[in-house]
Design a protein around this ligand. Structure first.
Ligand code: HEC
Length: 95
């Protein structure tokens, strides 16, 4: 029950934030990388976290990991909009 409530709250937050993102609409994945990921990830070599080029290529896995976090990887569901997270997924896949 608690889980269901948490999930609907997460969805509601997503709906809200993605609307604001659409209004702005100029998502720059490179800039997000420099601001929010670079302290732990490099594009090409292992740092605290894996290199973007060595990551899983499954969009589901990337999306879930960025959204909900995993072990030392923080969750970004409140820090990035769903559009921004989607942009990061394609950015990682393009590496
Ligand atoms: C505080 C450090 C830290 C920050 C900041 C961080 N990460 Fe991570 N990330 C990690 C660690 C550590 C792992 C490995 C998690 C594990 O061991 O399962 C990871 C794993 C991942 C994975 C899973 C890779 C795979 O192959 O399954 C993705 C995707 C990812 N990070 C994306 C991002 C993105 C995008 C950002 C910026 C928005 C970011 N991370 C910011 C530490 C961080």
């Amino acid at each position: 029950m608690k889980k269901t409530i948490a999930a609907s709250i997460t969805l509601a937050v997503f709906a809200l934030t993605s609307q604001t993102a659409m209004a702005g609409n100029d998502i720059n994945a490179k800039k997000i990388f420099s601001k929010k990921c670079k302290m732990c990830h490099s594009l090409t070599r292992k740092k605290f976290g894996p290199a973007f080029k060595d990551m899983n290529k499954d969009p589901e896995v990337l999306l879930t990991t960025i959204t909900n976090g995993r072990k030392a990887m923080p969750k970004f569901n409140k820090k990035l909009s769903s559009d921004e997270i989607a942009a990061m997924v394609s950015f990682i896949q393009s590496q």
